[in-house]
Design a protein around this ligand. Structure first.
Ligand code: ADE
Ligand code: ZN
Length: 346
């Protein structure tokens, strides 16, 4: 199901736009606009994707989570050369900056490119070129989290990490695992190697695979943040542990609706997670595939019952859970607080 933009009052809309934001859970490739997908498909004569905007809209109606992953991986076939990766990155950066996103940590589906014979160097050259340009042009900072599909097995993770350690730039700050959620246990040694190389452990866990996946991510992968993690709400002892340890969760409400992880947006656990004292940030995951963006996720959060102060908490949590430098982090937190103060005084 594609989501439609949520409506909020003009006052809250202005507040959400003014709030300086970070995105900690957004997939670079899953941020490709339909028009870019069509252009790249035409450029490379890729016939596995639709050839019209209406066709893409229908294609983004996902039956279930595995179907979403199938569509996601197929859409990646349009990314073939350095210029494609640079174009995608430039577009994504401009759209984030236009939402007043100051900093983003973007997952890059590196293995999906390696398996199609595209060298890691091609991917990194393209995205790095555009990342540096975007920082100059829009002032937005971006960092990378290469990942691999867990359901393809640990060898794919090994190949992905090898490529990152050989060709990855300094702007790679983490390592992740995504796709259809399988046990995280087989990836313990792999993530130990990534952490020893200075990469942060940033796995998806508990998006739809149950609380046990989150425990594995914490105990076996040394997870420093949990991608999604909404399934923790099925396990009170795990909620206590996450609150006590302060491990942040990157929550993506519209994604959860569109992939079938939840049945109705009204039932999304975000408000309960926040009120349980969890360090929750708000994120868009694969925005055009779900008909959303980060501004819209804040609107959705407001419609779930969160007022300006709680939306500010979400924005602050994102900054605190990010890998921004300390001085930039402090300045951003002060700016966020100023926006709330101004808004509360109106
Ligand atoms: N890859 C792209 N989006 C994803 C998601 N929401 N969960 C797991 N893997 C993904
Ligand atoms: Zn994700």
């Amino acid at each position: 199901m594609q989501s439609s933009p949520a409506a909020v009052s003009p006052g809250i809309e202005a507040f959400i736009r003014e709030l300086p934001k970070v995105e900690l859970h957004v997939h670079l490739e899953g941020s490709m606009q339909p028009a870019t997908l069509l252009d790249l498909a035409a450029k490379h004569r890729v016939t596995s994707v639709p050839d019209s905007l209406e066709g893409v809209r229908d294609w983004y109606e996902f039956r279930d989570f595995p179907h979403f992953i199938e569509v996601y991986l197929t859409s990646l076939e349009t990314l073939c050369d350095e210029e494609d990766f640079a174009r995608l990155t430039a577009d994504v950066a401009a759209r984030l900056a236009a939402q007043n996103v100051r900093y983003a940590e973007l997952h890059v589906s590196l293995y999906a490119h390696l398996m199609r014979g595209i060298p890691a160097g091609v991917v990194f050259e393209g995205i790095e070129h555009a990342r540096r340009e975007a920082e100059r042009e829009h002032g937005i900072r971006m960092r990378w989290v290469p990942d691999f599909p867990g359901d393809y097995g640990v060898e794919t993770g090994e190949q992905t990490l090898d490529a990152v350690l050989k060709d990855g730039p300094a702007s790679v700050i983490g390592f992740g695992v995504g796709s259809v959620e399988v046990s995280r246990a087989p990836f313990a040694d792999l993530f130990a190697r990534a952490r020893a190389a200075g990469l942060h452990s940033l796995p998806h866990a508990g998006e739809n695979g149950g609380p046990e996946r989150i425990r594995e991510a914490l105990d076996l992968l040394g997870a420093e943040r949990i991608g999604h993690g909404i399934d923790c709400m099925r396990d009170p002892a795990l909620v206590d542990r996450l609150r006590e340890t302060g491990v942040p969760l990157d929550v993506c409400p519209t994604s959860n609706l569109c992939t079938g992880a939840i049945e109705r947006i009204e039932r999304h656990p975000l408000p309960r997670m926040l009120r349980a004292g969890l360090t929750v940030s708000l994120n868009s995951d694969d925005p055009p595939m779900f008909g959303t963006d980060l501004l819209n996720e804040y609107r959705v959060a407001h419609r779930l019952g969160l007022g300006a102060a709680e939306l500010t908490d979400l924005a602050r949590n994102g900054v605190v859970a990010s890998y921004l430098d300390g001085s930039v982090e402090r300045a951003l937190l002060a700016e966020i607080d100023e926006v709330l103060e101004r808004w509360s005084g109106q």
